[in-house]
Design a binder for this molecule. Structure first.
Ligand SMILES: [Zn+2]
Length: 300
């Protein structure tokens, strides 16, 4: 997720290359379905002919159709979806059904001032249609890549990119997406990445956020004891827990039969609740990790 001008498209393309997974843009797929005249495309055409927006159920069907294709089996990046909370909830249900819950939802954060600067700096050449940015990607002068015979690009600013329009676009974006951001914040999936600065730095921050999202245990494990435990393979942890259970049971029996071992009894009582508490504390962390983690296959 990210406002127009946040650079999420550029960063998504980098992830596509690095992980060999597709970027799934619902807008692109919808266009493809309509141009190919598929059943979904026809349905979308009918809806849009009435001047309506394609409904959530249809959008989710489009996603289902796309993520079950062969190239998406190692993972995928959703772009431009979900845009509303009902869509987000529908997506969660679909992903659970398909057994591929989302690993993370990344929010690209850029200050409004910087967004306005980035977007309002956009210029298009009326001769060759190339897009430049007078702040971040200015054209060379004299131009060597314009149409033949022109030594300078003829730059103009689209109405959509004028400062006042940009500010309004950002306001609308904020208003529309805030509920989705809150929703994902509540589910614990949201990762916020600062998207200001050099492209490579942003990529590093993005990769770090994703690595954290798929780490064996969430960063909530603050104590050094816990962080060392999370490095242990799960099987060892289970074994350790079984040992605790096995050891505790005979003690309880002995306690019931021989009341004279008062000292041991006290010791067992003192230890058992502690162990139980530790167990309780560990369980949610493991559940969260298992649910949200879908690591890319090794060797990629
Ligand atoms: Zn030009």
């Amino acid at each position: 997720m990210g406002a127009p001008g946040s650079g999420k498209g550029t960063q998504a393309q980098r992830l596509v290359k690095q992980f060999s997974i597709p970027q799934i843009s619902t807008g692109d797929i919808l266009r493809k379905h309509r141009s190919e005249g598929t059943e979904l495309g026809k349905r979308a055409d009918a809806i849009m002919a009435k001047g309506l927006l394609v409904d959530d159920a249809t959008m989710l069907e489009i996603i289902r159709d796309r993520v079950t294709q062969a190239d998406a089996q190692d993972g995928f990046i959703l772009d431009g979806f979900p845009r509303t909370q009902p869509q987000a909830e529908g997506l969660a249900a679909l992903m659970t059904e398909l057994g591929t819950p989302l690993d993370a939802v990344v929010l690209f954060e850029v200050g409004d001032e910087e967004l306005v600067r980035r977007i309002s700096g956009r210029r298009t050449c009326s001769l060759c249609n190339k897009v430049f940015n007078i702040y971040t990607a200015p054209p060379s002068s004299p131009a060597t890549d314009c149409v033949e015979g022109s030594s300078e690009h003829q730059l103009f600013q689209r109405k959509d990119d004028e400062e006042a329009t940009v500010k309004e676009r950002l306001r609308v974006y904020e208003e529309k997406t805030q509920p989705v951001v809150s929703y994902y914040s509540g589910t614990g999936l949201l990762r916020t990445v600062s998207a200001e600065g050099a492209l490579d730095e942003i990529t590093q921050r993005l990769l770090a956020a994703l690595a954290e999202a798929v780490a064996p245990a969430p960063s909530r494990a603050a104590s050094p004891k816990k962080s060392s435990a999370k490095k242990k393979p799960a099987s060892k942890k289970v074994a350790a827990r079984k040992r605790v259970v096995r050891r505790a049971k005979p003690k309880a029996k002995t306690r019931a039969r021989a009341g004279r071992r008062a000292a041991r009894k006290t010791a067992a009582k003192r230890v058992a609740p502690k162990r139980k508490a530790a167990k309780r504390a560990r369980v949610p962390a493991r559940k969260v990790a298992r649910k949200s983690v879908r690591r890319p296959r090794r060797g990629k």
